[in-house]
Design a protein around this ligand. Sequence first.
Ligand code: CTP
Ligand code: CA
Length: 221
Amino acid sequence: LIKKEKQLPLSGKNVLITAGGTKERIDPVRYLTNDSSGKMGYAMAMAARDLGANVTLISATQHQSEPFGIAIHYVESAEEMKNMVLSKYDTTDMAIMAAAVADYRPIQQADKKMKKTGHDLQLELAQTTDILKLLGQTKKQQYLIGFAAETNDLLTYGQQKLINKQADMIVANDVSKANAGFHSDTNEVTVLMPKETPIQLPNASKYEIAKEVLIIAASKI
Ligand code: CTP
Ligand code: CA
């Protein structure tokens, strides 16, 4: 008996997802990073898998357990993340940039542990590449989803990111809210798409949010 496989919303689609906060090295034992836990990105990856996609996860965190049935590549810095993302982009149908990518990195990286000097130290920082923006500029078939974590003026900043980065969707969340944002297991987001009324999703688990977002996105590709 041949059982016909049920068609899922992302069946046969290659979905590329970034997760976690990048680390920008100062020296071999020190770095700059941010509060991202990776939970939202991992939830996106598991939800995409469960909706039928072939999922590639580019992770900047070691603190999440490896989900079954997902190809994971670990990276540390924004630069490494950019290179790994670019190496997978051509064959991607949907790219989801859930990582909190550092906006700046130390210009100098000491190859030995730095010693204290007895006086103050200034760190010089260089801007990192905006990966999502770069993907937006070079996009072909790819449906491009970005995130915007804001503490204020969520919709204004979210809409600006949608336009500046040429994304197809921005998932905006107010990280100052209780039960939402960085280390929370739940989230509350607003989905922004060009020329469409924002869709506000009620507070739910990050996995449930991820599924709802992906079902909306799948209906657009
Ligand atoms: N992003 C990226 N590369 C960067 C910075 C951000 O790909 N160097 C992506 C994030 O993964 C996210 C989106 O851009 O999907 C928005 O990130 P966010 O930090 O909210 O926006 P920025 O453009 O960096 O602006 P700001 O931090 O000033 O709000
Ligand atoms: Ca940023």
